[in-house]
Design a protein around this ligand. Structure first.
Ligand code: MG
Length: 453
């Protein structure tokens, strides 16, 4: 047996004697204290585990290097220099999340053991009694991901190793093809295909075709709402999407997988008819057909068409997934991981999906920080029922703020193999790009009625 230290200066034989004596003493109810010494002597270094560490500080770091508000949580520990980072990006209400982290979560976390991630998630989830909101969930996510990051750094392993190791070599991604005409979208899709992407999401203008019509809505002429409010022509959108699919299929062929996001912006029955009309174009999935208020329509959708559907971006509580997944009413789990409470929460839903062949498709736009994208990728690598990952290409400013951003090759996302989540932040660079309070998610019909996402 390999010699493991000389704290007690005992030979193996002497140690064995002490162990035996300790066992006998234990049987007789006598605590000699020597058994403990011998056990220390016999335990190899690699099997000793890690010393307990405490959380010493929690803070929020806000930055907007690409214009979108990003919030990252830094959890510091009693081990000098060891900290973890987690994504807490609720871009539309970033200051509310920061206040929650600084005023409540710091006090809740400091002094606790860094290793007990599940206990932290369970206790934080109910720590406000009233729960489920995106502000609290994002704050919890910041802590949760940071603790996974710390655990990986302590273990000297990337987080995916702690989740079970790799199920695949890299993360297959889809790219966003956009444009103001179907032909422009098809050209954009073709460029991504030439770069190696096997999956492309196709959108005409903004979600719901916003910005693709010159028609002046009546609400603007009447001075209703704000000038910056967006206008969506729902009927035009419904008629245009099949044309978009037809145009892209004609230009790009049958091999590429095509995705599209309805973004909940049409009437449920119109969404069902639209999805049914797309069957012959074989969509890889259609995303977010219904707003959270309309989930019961899923049963009608399922009875009408077998086009695969992705859902869940707006769910607040992981329990919202359960019934729809058990009934196999959708095919891809669409989660903004920080919005659902972090890696711990997302893993629960991902594992549930394995039982029903429902695959993951984590939300990954520019309003998920590079730390959040890393969390997406570590889970993507580790779960069997991975489906597809949304990609985002960071600009130079973002890469100066965040070191270790994911990279892409041939349509696959790669992460660096550094311990933890593998992404660090330069706080001085982050401070150059202050966040703001503006976000324009107000979309109206022609008469001014609000359209729900
Ligand atoms: Mg979506």
């Amino acid at each position: 047996m390999k010699k493991t230290g000389k704290a007690s200066g005992l030979s193996r034989r002497e140690a064995m004697k002490i162990i035996s004596a300790g066992s006998a003493a234990g049987l007789l109810g006598i605590n000699s204290g020597l058994g403990h010494l011998a056990r220390e002597k016999e335990t190899p270094q690699w099997a000793k585990g890690l010393p307990p560490l405490k959380i010493t500080n929690v803070k929020a770091i806000a930055t907007a290097p690409e214009g979108s508000n990003l919030v990252v949580v830094k959890v510091e520990t009693s081990e000098p220099g060891l900290y973890g980072l987690g994504c807490a990006t609720f871009t539309q209400r970033a200051f509310a999340v920061i206040e929650t982290i600084e005023k409540y979560m710091k006090d809740f976390c400091v002094g606790k053991d860094v290793d007990n991630i599940e206990d932290m998630w369970q206790s934080a989830f109910v720590s406000s009694y009233w729960r489920n909101g995106p502000v609290l969930n994002n704050a919890i996510s910041g802590i949760d991901m940071a603790l996974w990051d710390i655990k990986g750094k302590r273990a000297n392993m990337p987080v995916y190793q702690l989740l079970g190791g790799k199920c695949r070599v890299a993360v297959d991604c889809y790219a966003h093809a956009g444009g103001s005409t179907p032909e422009a979208v098809a050209e954009s899709a073709q460029r991504f295909i030439e770069q190696g992407f096997r999956h492309v999401r196709i959108q005409l203008g903004g979600y719901g075709g916003v910005g693709t019509t010159d028609k002046q809505p009546d609400f603007k002429a009447a001075g209703f709402g704000r000038e910056s409010d967006q206008y969506m022509d729902q009927q035009k959108y419904l008629k245009t999407v099949p044309v978009l699919f037809e145009t892209v299929r004609k230009k790009c062929g049958e091999d590429v997988e095509l995705l599209h996001d309805i973004h909940e912006r049409v009437e449920p029955i119109d969404a069902i008819n639209l999805i049914k009309s797309l069957e012959s174009y074989r969509p890889y999935f259609i995303e977010d057909p219904f707003s959270p208020e309309n989930m019961k329509w899923f049963r009608i959708l399922r009875n009408t068409t077998t086009v695969p559907v992705a859902m869940g971006e707006l769910f607040n509580n992981i329990n919202e997934f359960r019934d729809y997944m058990v009934e196999q009413l959708f095919d891809f789990i669409r989660i903004h991981i920080s919005q659902i409470g972090g890696i711990t929460a997302a893993m629960k839903v991902a594992r549930l999906g394995e039982w029903f062949n429902i695959r993951t498709a984590w939300h990954g736009p520019g309003d998920v920080s590079p730390v959040g994208h890393a969390a997406n990728a570590h889970i993507d690598l580790a779960v069997w029922n991975f489906g597809i990952q949304e990609s985002h290409f960071w600009n130079e400013r973002a890469q100066a703020v965040f070191q270790g951003c994911q990279t892409y090759k041939n349509g696959y996302m790669y992460i660096n193999e550094a311990p933890g989540l593998g992404v660090d932040i330069n706080e001085k660079e982050a401070a150059k790009y202050p966040i703001g309070t503006r976000s324009n998610w107000t979309v109206r019909k022609g008469d001014g009625t609000i359209i729900r996402p």
